[in-house]
Design a protein around this ligand. Structure first.
Ligand code: DON
Length: 309
């Protein structure tokens, strides 16, 4: 067994036994039904090595992890013009905070908090029907993962559409400042559906490989994005990917990562591997508790922190 295989096996075994599992998200009713006992991990090395553990092939709601893919798409569409619409500074605030938007005249701090991600999705939607925009997002993720079976959990999308009052407030507020171009309900419809994309750890780790490989699609060697852009997306993941838990995540794990309230985390070890973990129980900042614990153990054992072994 390789060092990586042993590490992943040990971590999956340990996570199965842990009782400190955090709490599942309940503000999206459909997510409250997910069993906290699940834990999955998948590591896809830049050399093609695939190592998995636990529930690595069980699809879960990727939620905010989708924001990495929509940011990549929107940068492809608008280039650096995107940064006129959203900032790229850590917010130090919860993912659904309203108060900062008022101080900053409707311009979201970064593309990973909800307001910023809604503004990014609005940009992808411009010039399209919602169905086409969603199709573009889904096609891009399927292409990255090299897996046409990836789909949307309509129940989760409907559940959030019914209860997403906070996101509606954020979107309406941005609209009042002219930050959104499209009707609020259409932008939110696409946003709720992108968050409801369901993927397994293995599919997610495969989809994230381009960020570990200077923007190249490992299956073909062709660039998805250029190396500079991949580096910059990784930088924003490191500083903003876990909201007001981003500092703690960098301190403990030392890698760019993006979390979702479904309990998934996509993590990038540049030049080494793309890693996805899933455990539905969340910490107080809305990030997967055991997901972070597992990544901390993995990076320590493999010496993968970008800050040094
Ligand atoms: O908009 C929301 O609140 C959810 N669809 C996504 C939030 C999320 O995943 C935050 N992540 N930790």
């Amino acid at each position: 067994m390789s060092k990586l295989q042993i590490a992943v096996r040990d971590i999956a075994d340990e996570m199965r036994e842990r009782t400190d599992r955090g709490e599942v998200a309940t503000y999206i009713p459909e997510l409250a039904n997910v069993d906290r006992k699940h834990f999955g991990i998948a590591v896809v090395g830049v050399d093609g090595e695939v190592v998995v553990g636990g529930d690595h092939d069980m699809p879960f709601s990727i939620q905010s992890v989708s924001k990495v893919f929509t940011l990549t798409l929107a940068l492809g569409k608008a280039g650096d013009r995107l940064w006129q619409r959203v900032g790229r500074e850590p917010s130090g605030s919860p993912f659904n905070s309203v108060v900062q938007l008022e101080y900053e005249r409707g311009k979201p701090r970064n593309p990973f908090i909800n307001a910023g991600a809604i503004a990014v999705t609005d940009l992808i939607l411009s010039g399209h029907q919602p169905r086409e925009a969603l199709g573009e997002i889904l096609r891009f993720i399927r292409f990255l993962a090299d897996d046409q079976s990836i789909g949307i959990d309509e129940k989760v999308a409907a559940s959030e559409q019914r209860t997403g009052f906070r996101n509606a407030a954020l979107a309406n507020y941005m609209k009042s400042f002219g930050v959104l171009d499209n009707p609020v309900d259409l932008t939110l419809g696409v946003y709720f559906h992108q968050c409801a994309i369901a993927m397994s750890c293995l599919q997610l780790a495969r989809a994230g490989r381009y960020l570990a490989m200077s923007g190249r699609n490992p299956a073909t060697g062709h660039p998805v994005i250029n190396a500079e852009r991949a580096r910059r997306i990784n930088a924003v993941m490191l500083t903003c990917g876990h909201y007001d838990g981003s500092g703690e995540f960098a301190y403990r794990v030392g890698l760019p990562g993006k979390s979702g309230v479904g309990g998934g985390i996509l993590c990038v070890a540049p030049g080494k591997a793309s890693i996805a973990v899933w455990s539905p129980g969340l910490d107080a900042a809305g990030n997967s508790h055991l997901g972070r614990v597992a990544l901390e153990a993995l990076t320590r054992r493999m010496g993968w922190s970008i800050f040094g072994a």
